[in-house]
Design a protein around this ligand. Sequence first.
Ligand SMILES: *Cc1c(COP(=O)(O)O)cnc(C)c1O
Length: 362
Amino acid sequence: MERYVIKKQDLLHNIQLIQAKAGTIPVWAVVKGNAYGLGLQHMVPLFCSQGIDRFCVSELHEAQLVRSLAGSSVSILMLQPSSDPAMLAALIELDVICSISSWENAIALNQTALSLGKMASAHLKIDTGMGRYGFAPEQWQQISTIFTYFDAVSIIGTYTHFAAACNRTQTMRQHSRFSQLLEQLRSAGCNPGECHCCNSAAFLLYPQLHMDGVRIGSAWLGRMADSCKSDLRRIGRCESQVVELHHLAPGCSTGYGSTWTAVRPTTLAILPVGWYHGFGTQRSHPPHSFRSCLSEGRTLLRTYLRHSGPTVELNGQQCPIRGRIGMYHTAVDVTSLSCHVGDTAYLDLNPLMQKGLPIILN
Ligand SMILES: *Cc1c(COP(=O)(O)O)cnc(C)c1O
C-alpha cells in the first residue's frame, strides 16, 4: 500500500535544531498550505508539544483548525491581508492577529471591529522588495495615521518578507529599508510592536536579522536550497512496493514516448506511483526573458549531469528511473540488484507536491 511517511524523530530533530538556533527569539511556525502538506492535524499538536505557541496561516479554515487544535492561548497570525468584512469578523472572533497591508485593509478591519464591539489586533505588512503586498516604506506618514485614527485596531507588530533570501545583497537592502521605516515610525511616536522579517533561509543565513521573531516554514521539512547549509534532516518520502518485475530485451523501450531504450538485458521494477501523486513533478517557473530561459536550461543540464532528478531507493540502493514517469507508474532499473515483487521502495517527494497518499507520522 502506497503511503507518505514522515519520521517523527527527524521532525523533532529539526524542531529542536531550529529552536536552539533561535535561542530566545520567538519562533512562528508557518503552517500555511496544510502545514506545507504535512497536515495541520499532525503538525500543530507536535509543535505545541515542543513549546511552540505562535502560528502563521494563510486561510481562515487553517486559523480555525489551529485554534481548535492548539487552544486559546496560542497566537495566530493571518499572513493573507483582507478587506472582506465577513472574513475579518471571523478572524476577530477567533482572536487571530490580522495583517494590514493597505489603507483599505485598515479601514475594513477598524469598521468590522467597531461593529462587533471588539478590539482587533494586527501586524503591518511592509513591502521592501517582494512587490506583492504591503505598504511602501515611503508611505510612513500614512502608516502612522493608522496608529492615531483607528481606535478599534491595535498594531502589535510589523513585518516584511524577503524576495530572495539567498541573495545577501538584496536581502540586506530590503532589511535596511525595513529598519529605516521602523525608525521613521518610532520618531513619529508610533510603536511598531514586534518586528520580524526572516523566513527559513534568512533565519539560517543571517542571525543578525532575527529581530523580534522569525517565521519558519520550509526549514521544518529540511527542504532548503543547498546554500543554506545546515544539519536539518529532509522530511517526507513515499513508501511503495514493487508490483511487477519486468524484463526488457536490448532494443525494447519503456514508458510513454518510448524515451528510454534498453541497450542490454534489463530488469525494471514497476512501482504504482506516478506524477498523479506528485512524484517527479516540480514547481516550474515559465521563463520570462531570454536570460531566464538560458538559466532554466543551465539548471536542467546540471540536473541531467548530476543525475539529480527524482530518486528511488530500493533495498538500500539508489536506482535510476527509466523512461517517463507515468500518471500511476514509475519504472526503475534493478538489473544489478537483487529485487523481488513486494520489496519496499522509497521515493523522495516534497509533501507540498504529494497527492492522494495517506500520511503516516511514525
Ligand atoms: C510562507 C511565508 C513564510 C515562510 O517561508 P519559508 O521560506 O517556507 O520559511 C514566511 N513569511 C511569510 C510572509 C510567508 O508568506
